[in-house]
Design a protein around this ligand. Structure first.
Ligand SMILES: Cc1cc2nc3c(=O)[nH]c(=O)nc-3n(C[C@H](O)[C@H](O)[C@H](O)COP(=O)(O)OP(=O)(O)OC[C@H]3O[C@@H](n4cnc5c(N)ncnc54)[C@H](O)[C@@H]3O)c2cc1C
Length: 373
């Protein structure tokens, strides 16, 4: 039995790949699946700087069929630049993908307006990325869960993992609020809570929680490509036509404060609305109808931690550091291999090992300014 702690997209995707291959899995979620960051994010699936980028791009077009339920995945990204500085940053970002064989083309103001009628007539320019995409986080989380159950996996919601029972350098059971469950292997993928749980068995996983927000407008006519980013914000158009946008700043939290994401009409939402209107000046009249907060798990260098431990040797750790939704199909497949074989055969994950933080000072959050205000 493989026990997965955490019913966000990281744990769900891993459970999906494991059950697809016929392995017995129990997933333990303290609330309901996808309730935290995994169901609350921007839906972006474009991570060229990850060693799992190629697999992310390969898998997303197949996910609806593999899962048997719609994720609302749509391909491509359109990027808007309001000045030459923003354009330069887009070129640098695109180069990371084009160096790997993907295609990106620059758009002048007229070409950009053909895709997005809401930009200003004199908009600086933009890019069309023939890669990347976006999907609906809630539908994707639910699709993973239904697929796991269809494939024979067990999902225990409203069940909290409390710690591990170890014997002979291995985890032999997980202690939960519903009792002990015996196991052959464990994946710890508890988002911002991963550090606390790992600390209980003496493994230091540095993760700082931060609150981020998404705002949603009333529905608008559908664009041909609903994934448009720029001016420091990212987002997507839903199939109903709403624009759902996020994009900092982070509000650093203690883990206690990270327990219940709050919604609200906050300064971040006001900032998102301002930046959206700067990017799409013709939408100044459009109403914001909804917003929500979610908690992002941040590692010190902003890169995920994907590692199978040596002690206990059957425990694998996963923390995605703010890019976990888009990468989830690929990450789950990689983690299933780490759990079963101890190595991933389709990507080099050496740079994502926990050991890179071996010399991290205790006060790293304070040094990086990542502390609650
Ligand atoms: C506003 C916002 C926008 C974002 N935008 C994007 C984006 O556009 N693209 C992208 O790729 N990523 C984005 N992200 C980041 C992405 O959402 C996360 O990286 C990803 O969802 C992490 O998934 P996870 O499964 O690792 O963690 P989580 O989604 O945090 O799931 C962990 C789960 O573990 C459970 N848990 C915790 N402790 C326990 C316990 N003791 N026992 C049992 N269960 C436990 C929690 O309840 C939770 O459900 C965004 C995040 C936010 C908040």
């Amino acid at each position: 039995m493989i026990i997965i702690i955490g019913g966000g997209v990281t744990g769900l995707s891993t459970a999906f790949w494991l059950t697809r291959a016929g392995h017995p899995v129990t997933l333990i979620e303290k609330g309901i699946v996808g309730w935290e960051a995994s169901g609350r994010n921007g839906g972006g699936c474009t991570h060229p700087y990850s060693p799992l980028f190629r697999e992310e791009q390969r898998l997303w077009p197949q996910m609806d069929e593999l899962l048997g339920h719609p994720t609302e995945w749509r391909p491509h990204r359109i990027k808007v630049a309001l000045d030459e500085g923003q354009m330069e940053r887009l070129r640098a970002s695109a180069k990371i993908a084009t160096d790997q064989g993907f295609r990106a083309e620059e758009l002048d103001a007229k070409q950009l307006r053909e895709f997005i009628p809401w930009v200003a007539d004199d908009v600086h320019g933009g890019m069309f990325w023939h890669y990347g995409g976006h999907a609906n986080p809630q539908r994707t989380s639910q699709a993973y869960a239904w697929a796991i159950e269809r494939q024979g996996g067990r999902i225990l919601q409203h069940t909290t993992a409390l710690g591990l029972v170890q014997r002979g350098g291995k985890a032999v059971a997980v202690r939960t609020s519903a009792g002990e469950i015996g196991c052959d292997a464990v994946l710890l993928a508890a988002g911002p809570h991963t550090g606390v749980l790992a600390g209980q068995f003496g493994v230091r996983v540095p993760v700082a929680p931060a609150r981020a927000e998404i705002m949603v407008t009333e529905p608008l006519p559908l664009l041909t490509h609903g994934g448009v980013d720029g001016n420091g914000i990212y987002g997507r158009q839903t199939l109903r036509g709403n624009l759902a946008y996020g994009g900092g700043p982070h509000e650093w939290l203690d883990l206690d404060g990270a327990a219940t994401p709050r919604a609200g009409n906050t300064p971040v939402v006001a900032s998102l609305a301002r930046r959206l209107t700067e990017m799409f000046p013709r939408l100044g009249h459009v109403r914001v109808i909804r917003s929500w907060g979610g908690i992002i798990e941040n590692t010190p260098d902003g890169r995920p931690i994907l590692d199978r431990l040596t002690d206990p040797e059957n425990v694998t750790i996963a923390s995605m550091s703010s890019i976990g939704f888009g990468l989830s199909p690929a990450v789950g497949r990689a983690l299933s291999q780490l759990i079963l074989e101890g190595a991933c055969d389709f990507a080099d994950l050496s740079q994502l090992k926990l050991a890179r933080f071996g010399n991290l000072p205790r006060d790293w959050r304070a040094r990086q300014g990542w502390v609650p205000a």
